[in-house]
Design a protein around this ligand. Structure first.
Ligand code: PFF
Length: 461
């Protein structure tokens, strides 16, 4: 039976749909697994003091973010519309569509700095294969990121590849690419992980990564970072999962797919830590807390330069990172694309226009790592433009978006309607009551608490 409150959302076959559940899971996992897992997660673990961050992160993923992932997929599927249209059709003539619009803005904002880092990974495939970083990879990285025009071109290249894939459409573009890229990603990750565990610093690295220092637990900034990281990693709070959900058929078992996506994403983040900390600690003078955006670029090539077969392992590592970045960039660009396509614009033209637009927005981030002194240390914020972008979107915009989505799903559209939507065609929704409780009370309260405490800490400090 159709969900009564989604009846005004007539399905429009021409907007595209997934070919199979596996295809959807790989595409959604492709969105989730990205730079956030392999570049961001270890960096945050380093800044947040090691294993305690890992613990807080896992709690955020399973208690706060997983219920919101289910909500986003349900909203998207019920409406079969882009994020703005989804709110409009589930709650017509209310201002809730603004949540969708904020998500689209966040997606474009994230892509503007994401494409810059993805450009680094692309260049480093070549640098690692040729051993270009030499014996002082820190200095090499510093010189590389300070080359403004190179960085702008690299982010443009990433956006063009991304655009080339999504112009092909949902099934023939995104799904096909994900089916090739994701298995390749898992294979490379496992091979590299096995290699890293046999490095000399492995034990020290693992202790840092796995033994929590509970004195750091009370730090609200670490909790805020863990929450932001969890939202970012699962591609939540901005309508990406809503958009992917909008291409789902009523037959798909959403809960099972969501569990796969969250499970794979968490597994890859944890595996990335197993890869990077043993590797880092095998180098003299490694301090994970000082890494910043350059952690893996400035540190790991030094290791690859000295180990047997390093050029091969190094290139494989950056291929892994590039694949992860591309499948996520695809979902970031698909959100504004869906908005235009659902308003009658042709997919091809929409994608091309957006690509140019995002390239321009990426310029300040590309110049913020040394090319422009002003952007490399913003006077008011004490950080570079790229780091500011990552903080604003991840730590603030996504959790706030997630909070509003939880309130919408739990109270406005209503938890019962979400459950009915997900039980369509007789599909199971185990623990539906626990989910309703989490989405109505726990998610909003926990996110609000973390956001308010962080704001208080910032103004007090
Ligand atoms: N989840 C991606 C990552 O971990 O790298 C980043 C991301 C993709 C965030 C898509 C948000 C999004 F909508």
């Amino acid at each position: 039976m159709d969900n009564p409150s989604s009846q005004n959302c007539a399905p429009d076959e021409s907007r595209g749909s997934w070919g199979s559940s596996v295809g959807f899971i790989l595409a959604a996992a492709g969105s989730a697994v990205g730079l956030g897992n392999i570049w961001g997660f270890p960096m945050q673990v380093g800044k947040g003091g090691g294993a305690i961050f890992v613990l807080l992160y896992l709690v955020c993923v399973f208690v706060i973010c997983f219920p919101i992932l289910i909500a986003e997929l349900a909203i998207g599927r019920a409406a079969a519309r882009d994020p703005i249209g989804a709110f409009q059709c589930l709650k017509p003539r209310t201002p809730w569509w603004v949540v969708g619009a904020l998500g689209v803005v966040a997606g474009v904002g994230i892509l503007s700095f994401y494409s810059v880092i993805a450009g680094w990974t692309l260049a480093y495939v070549w640098y690692a294969a040729t051993g270009a970083a030499g014996t002082d990879p820190g200095a090499f990285f510093g010189g590389f990121v300070a080359d403004g025009s190179k960085n702008v071109w690299l982010s443009f290249a990433v956006l063009v590849i991304t655009a080339g894939i999504i112009i092909g459409g949902v099934k023939e573009g995104i799904e096909k690419a994900s089916k090739v890229m994701m298995p390749a990603l898992f294979l490379i990750l496992i091979l590299l992980g096995l290699r890293a565990l046999t490095l000399p610093g492995a034990v020290q690295g693992l202790a840092y990564y796995l033994k929590p220092d509970f004195s750091k637990a009370a730090n609200i900034a670490v909790l805020n970072a863990a929450l932001g990281q969890a939202f970012f990693s699962l591609s939540l709070g901005m309508g990406a999962m809503m958009t992917y959900g909008s291409y789902l058929s009523k037959k798909t078992m959403v809960i099972k797919s969501a569990a796969w996506v969250a499970g794979l994403d968490t597994m890859v983040a944890l595996l990335a830590g197993f890869l990077i900390f043993p590797a880092g600690f095998s180098l003299a003078g490694f301090n994970p807390a000082e890494g910043g955006p350059g952690l893996i670029f400035a540190v790991l090539p030094g290791l690859f330069a000295t180990m047997p077969g390093g050029a091969l392992f190094g290139a494989a590592f950056f291929v892994l990172l590039t694949i992860a970045a591309l499948t996520s960039a695809i979902s970031l660009l698909e959100v504004p694309t869906a908005v235009l396509v659902d308003r009658g614009f042709c997919r091809r033209k929409s994608v091309m226009t957006l690509t140019l637009f995002v390239t321009i927005l990426a310029v300040p981030s590309a110049l913020s790592q040394g090319a422009s002194p002003a952007l490399s240390k913003l006077p008011l914020f004490g950080m570079d433009f790229l780091t500011l972008m990552a903080t604003v979107w991840n730590n603030w915009a996504l959790p706030i978006g997630g909070l509003l989505i939880a309130v919408f799903a739990g109270w406005v559209w209503g938890a019962d309607n979400v459950v009915a939507e997900l039980k369509a065609e007789g599909n199971p929704f185990p623990f539906a009551r626990a989910w309703s409780f989490l989405i109505k009370y726990v998610c909003p309260a926990a996110i609000l608490f973390i956001i308010l405490m962080t704001a208080r800490g910032m103004f007090a400090g």
